[in-house]
Design a protein around this ligand. Structure first.
Ligand code: AMP
Length: 394
């Protein structure tokens, strides 16, 4: 199946062939025709499925009708949880729209607002924004929503996890009644459903493309059980023992991230980190250096790494196991893209046992364990019960 058979015209398909998109992904095949036909959507799809193009491409097609923009007006709004994702989505829009006259802008906090205001003066076709900065701009009357045709809530679950619900509600109240609504979320929790009920038409189409880990046999998963106080030594050992050349290392807290970077440095391993405590400029530089291969080991909190697309990522390390089984799936799905082989390694302490049970239950199998003589474990992590149902969790 080709992109043109989904209803996209030459100005868009030409841009796609420039960047070697030959075949639409599953979510693109399902979503593009529905969005073109004007439906509202609630879609369960995560990073790595091609979800961004699945809403950007049909929106570009619909907006590419020669309509003249008025000052401070936007025609489509894409809300994202993080600055990094906003930038990444905007970069995709710019690639896909290069043969059209459509304009786009990424707008996020942590940087000077004046330059962003200037860019809004003549209006923008597609604005990609984080909720807080968008509301600030709307309060300052730097933009108006009266000509808005479509809104996308991207990574809705993560926006809710990050506490953006009030901001999102305030934004939705400001939007025109007549509009197309698209919601994308890795998981459709009860909270996401409640948001969809408020923001999206009742007759929205529902789609789901879960990235089935079983369909990614190219990702090798293994874990090492460890006592908390020997974690950084174990990580250094693994890096050296296996001569790892690259890893994206997930950690729970920003303080933990900075500490781990210095612990690795003491053992002669150069790493850097991204987390919400670093400035936007620094985060971007570090990420680009990692993508370019100039930094081999990137330590990141889950939030900072959310939605970031790193091609050719060979290895993901869960220095801290995530709380949610779905997060584990997303994290490991960042490696082994496009058929390449990938590796996902987790360090698991006794405290993580419940999380491990939830993850292995979701996977439907136990993750292979490796043990190392130099790292005997005092607090043993039992073998999981595979039908574990987490309680009191969303
Ligand atoms: P996303 O899930 O939107 O973060 O996209 C994941 C990655 O897949 C990005 O690097 C996209 O550029 C890439 N991608 C999306 N759609 C296609 C496609 N149809 N063919 C090839 N690569 C794609």
């Amino acid at each position: 199946m080709s992109f043109s058979s989904l209803g996209l015209s030459d100005s868009i398909t030409k841009a796609l062939s420039d960047i070697d998109y030959t075949t639409p992904t599953a979510i693109q095949k399902k979503a593009i025709p529905l969005v073109l036909a004007g439906h509202d959507l609630v879609a369960a799809a995560q990073t790595g499925t091609g979800k961004t193009a699945s809403f950007v491409l049909p929106l570009l097609e619909k907006l590419n009708n020669g309509k003249v923009l008025r000052g401070k007006r936007i025609r489509a709004l894409i809300l994202t949880p993080t600055r990094e994702l906003a930038i990444q989505v905007d970069e995709s829009i710019k690639k896909y729209s290069q043969y059209t006259d459509l304009s786009s802008l990424a707008m996020y906090g942590g940087v000077d607002a004046d330059a962003q205001k200037q860019q809004l003066i003549w209006g923008v076709d597609i604005l990609v924004a984080t909720p807080g900065r968008l509301l600030d701009m709307a309060h300052q009357r730097a933009l108006h929503f009266d000509e808005l045709e479509a809104v996308v809530l991207d990574e809705a679950d993560r926006m809710l996890d990050m506490g953006f619900i009030d901001d999102i509600n305030k934004i939705i109240e400001r939007l025109p009644q007549q509009r197309q609504n698209l919601l994308f979320s890795a998981t459709i929790s009860n909270d996401v459903r409640a948001l969809a009920k408020r923001a999206i038409n009742d007759n929205a189409k529902e789609l789901s493309v879960t990235s089935d880990v079983a369909s990614k046999p190219n990702i090798t998963q293994w874990l090492v059980t460890v006592d908390k106080d020997t974690k950084s030594a174990l990580l250094s050992f693994l890096i050296k023992e296996y001569e790892w050349e690259q890893a994206l290392i997930f950690i729970e807290t920003k303080h933990g991230a900075a500490k781990l970077v210095s612990q690795l440095a003491k053992r002669g391993i150069v790493a850097d980190c991204i987390h919400s405590g670093r400035t936007q400029a620094v985060r971007e530089t570090v990420l680009n250096e990692f993508k370019a291969g100039n930094i081999s080991f990137l330590v990141s909190t889950g939030v900072a790494a959310r939605g970031i697309d790193i091609g050719n990522l060979t290895r993901v390390v869960n220095y801290d196991l995530p709380d949610q089984a779905d997060d584990y799936i997303h994290r490991i799905g960042r490696t082994g893209r496009a058929g390449a082989s990938g590796e996902a390694v987790s360090l698991v302490a006794k405290d993580n046992f419940r999380n491990l049970c939830a993850i292995e239950s979701k996977l439907g199998h136990i993750i292979e364990r490796k043990a190392f003589d130099d790292f005997p474990v005092k607090k043993v992590v039992p073998i999981s019960i595979l039908n574990y149902q987490p309680k009191n969790r969303r």
